[in-house]
Design a protein around this ligand. Structure first.
Ligand SMILES: [Zn+2]
Length: 299
């Protein structure tokens, strides 16, 4: 595997929306049981044997601080944060119990906007850890928006779903007057719609085969794309360089399917396999983001 190197994205020019004020949403209804979620896309590959896994040390991560909370982007890819970038912090779901922050980092040169969402599923730690690190990104060109973790309660409690035990990634486009997950989904969907990014990156993780449901949630390292055609060159490059399996058919109600189909904005979901150590999974997530940034000339 090649080393992580500097990320320089230059996305085609896009205007980013400002921090539009939004009316506070009404109080959430009391929790109620949710219906079972649709099954994840099916497995297409076997997990690697232990001996085939790439050690984190092989990609220069042996000197990482012991606590993941102390990791910085410079620990993984110092080139990605070596420059300067203008930063703006914007609220989503402002004034509600689910208020979150989008970190906007702008490079000096014009370029496209890339929107990164991490932690839609709270227990997919590498996804939101990598997205959090990308809040330190210094693009040369264009704008990077990072919302992470999207499911703050899930990330704090190491659980997939929200506080009311709903799957945020089955609730898009959301409902500003609905359950917690629906309100969160609505706020993210509205922010993406307002900013009109060239691409959305949706950072997730997958488990290995489950004894009680061996067919479920076993995607290994993969990318999921609803419609390859608009971003075919990028998808094939990612699939080849990152040794990622390409899958289609993101679930109904997922940010990927909804933003792709309803807004016409391409979304790539990345899945890293939780059978590998966290530092390596985070490195994979960051390398994926770097490859995308480079494709758009933003680094
Ligand atoms: Zn997920």
């Amino acid at each position: 595997m090649r080393r992580l190197t500097a990320i320089c994205l230059s996305l085609a020019l896009l205007l980013t929306a400002g921090c539009a004020a939004r009316e506070p949403a009404p109080a959430k209804p009391s929790p109620a049981p949710e219906t079972p979620a649709a099954a994840e896309p099916q497995t297409v590959t076997e997990p690697p044997a232990a001996g085939e896994q790439t050690p984190a040390a092989a990609i220069g991560l042996s000197a990482l601080p012991e606590e993941p909370s102390e990791w910085t982007l410079a620990d993984f890819a110092p080139e990605l944060c070596a420059g300067t970038a203008a930063e703006e912090r914007c609220a989503v779901a402002e004034g509600t119990e689910w208020e979150n922050t989008v970190v906007v980092r702008r490079g000096a040169a014009e370029g496209p906007t890339l929107y990164i969402v991490g932690g839609v599923h709270g227990d997919e730690t590498a996804g939101w850890t990598a997205a959090n690190l990308l809040k330190e990104l210094c693009p040369r060109a264009g704008t990077v928006c990072v919302l992470s973790p999207a499911n703050t309660y899930g990330a704090e409690h190491d659980q997939r779903k929200t506080r009311s035990q709903r799957d945020l990634n089955r609730c898009f486009p959301g409902d500003a007057e609905g359950w917690d997950a629906e309100q969160i989904a609505a706020s993210i969907y509205a922010d993406i719609a307002a900013r009109q990014p060239a691409l959305v990156l949706d950072l997730h993780e997958t488990k290995g085969p489950q004894a009680d449901a061996p067919e479920r949630d076993d995607l290994r390292n993969a990318i999921i794309v609803y419609d390859v055609a608009p971003i075919a060159d990028l998808v094939w490059e990612l699939a080849a360089e990152g040794e990622l399996t390409l899958l289609g058919s993101p679930p109904e109600g997922s940010v990927n399917r909804t933003v792709s189909a309803e807004l016409g904005i391409p979304v790539i979901t990345l899945e890293t396999w939780r059978g590998e150590e966290l530092s390596l999974r985070v490195a994979r997530q960051l390398r994926f983001a770097e490859d995308v940034l480079r494709f758009y000339g933003m680094l």
